[in-house]
Ligand binder design. Structure first.
Ligand SMILES: Cc1ncc(COP(=O)(O)O)c(C=O)c1O
Length: 440
């Protein structure tokens, strides 16, 4: 086989968000997982520095979750979610509503973060329409935002690589500026001091389009996929105020910040700002079965509850909304989080995590370190003319040394399972230090 010929058994699978040709020449295959570690096909232990993909918050192979899925598969494998239901869907929604910030007490189930985003955007537009403000159709996202890969999500998203190949996207979308300010905020511990005023960019768009045409603004409280951008102090509060002033719904995309990542169940609680709609996925089932959800304020839900009672109020949903296996996995996950205090554990560990990460500040190529809860971002100077390559090489090096990290552009992102111990943090930082020193 020439160097360019992939292994035949790997030919058919077109991998998502992957450098397919590179991967198939040097595959990285995970075969088992337990606690903080994966095992690869060569039997090596790989420390999970990113909770799978920001989702395995309780660590791998947790007994209550495994049992819940096994039992559910044998008891009720599927129940149609349209005009029918099963008891665990209601139980889960009640349990979730008790965890969310006050007021976000209606739960709509989806199967992924991308679907949660589409659902929230549609809810926002339809909400205004059912209230008689049908002109409010415009959606506002933010530069450097990531909201999944469906058309609504990439339209409000702000990652050029995810947008440029896919035509004209949704019409009637605009973006506020991102919050990254390297010059003023590099190496901030936790929330950066500068940049609350970036929220005022929303006023610029309101002046351009008029508030009467705007349905909603969607932001991630912490932008993960574009390199771990922590909201400046006061920024989210300011965004909330502007939305309130103009009758615009505020949507928080908490697909990565949900379920304990920032030290509270949700980022909204950590930052003290309650949105009108919140999207979640990932940690909802500890990544074990695909599931997402949208949390809505009571008033948004109630606006739909008019007209004849036998008619469907919101024409939206998925075959697998509130799938029994996903509901069982989520209930087992919430039990595990509760038993072990995991939804607030990041708050206990964030001091040690931050101190350990920031100790890498003087290592080669490091130009910024950002952190909140158990989220870390280490930004590197790019290799001249080859953006993203230096960080990718470090990702490969770390994997060889038994650590799974994630990179986006030239930023290394860390989001370990919330069961992490200090010794694991030390292992992450030591492995990274070695890789940074070796990196070209
Ligand atoms: C903020 C945010 N929204 C949406 C998504 C999309 O989620 P999914 O890949 O489950 O569709 C992600 C995934 O990383 C995300 O980080």
């Amino acid at each position: 086989m020439s160097d360019h010929t992939p292994h035949p058994a790997m030919d058919a699978y077109w991998m998502p968000f992957t450098a397919n040709r590179q991967f198939k020449k040097a595959p990285r295959l995970l075969t088992r997982a337990d606690g903080m570690y994966f095992t690869d096909d060569k039997g090596r232990q790989i420390l999970d520095g990113i909770a799978g993909l920001w989702c395995v918050n309780a660590g791998h192979n947790r007994p209550k979750i495994v049992q819940a899925i096994q039992q559910q598969a044998a008891e009720l494998d599927f129940a149609p979610p349209f005009q029918m239901a099963h008891p665990k869907a209601f139980e889960l929604a009640e349990r979730l509503a008790a965890l969310t910030p006050a007021g976000l007490n209606k739960v709509f189930f989806t199967n992924s973060g991308s679907e949660s985003v589409e659902t929230a955007l549609k809810m926002a537009i339809a909400y205004h329409r059912v209230r008689g403000e049908g002109a409010r159709t415009r959606l506002i996202g933010r530069e450097r935002g990531y909201h999944g890969v469906n058309f609504g999500g990439i339209s409000v998203g702000g990652m050029v690589a995810n947008r440029k190949m896919f035509g004209t996207l949704l019409s009637g979308v605009d973006h506020i500026r991102h919050t990254h300010d390297h010059a003023r905020n590099a190496f901030s511990l936790g929330q950066p001091a500068h940049g609350a005023e970036f929220a005022d960019d929303l006023e610029r768009l309101i002046a351009l389009h008029d508030a009467s045409t705007i349905a909603a603004v969607i932001v991630e409280p912490v932008a993960g996929s574009t390199g771990v951008l922590i909201p400046p102090q006061g920024y989210l509060q300011r965004l909330r105020e502007i939305c309130d002033k103009h009758g615009i719904l505020l949507i928080f995309d908490e697909v990565i910040t949900g379920f304990g990542r920032t030290g509270n169940p949700f980022g909204a609680q950590t930052f003290g700002v309650t949105p009108d709609l919140m999207t979640v996925a990932k940690g909802l089932t500890n990544g074990c079965v695909p599931m997402g959800a949208v949390f809505a304020k009571q008033g948004i839900h109630d606006a739909f509850m008019n007209g004849p009672e036998h008619l469907i109020e919101f024409f939206h949903g998925y075959t697998y909304s509130a799938h029994p296996l996903a509901c069982a996995a989520a209930l087992g996950t919430l039990d595990t989080y509760a038993d072990e205090g995991l939804l607030t554990r990041a708050a206990e560990l964030q001091g040690y995590f931050a101190e350990s990460l920031h100790a890498l500040r003087n290592e080669p190529h490091v130009i910024d370190i950002r952190n909140i809860g158990l989220v870390g971002g280490i930004e590197l100077a790019p290799l001249p003319g080859e953006p993203a390559k230096r960080a990718f090489n470090i990702f490969l090096d770390c994997y060889e040394k038994g650590l799974l990290i994630r990179t986006t552009g030239d930023t290394i992102a860390l989001s370990p399972p919330l069961i992490i111990e200090r010794s694991h943090i030390d292992q992450i930082v030591d492995t990274l230090r070695g890789a940074l020193k070796r990196a070209a």
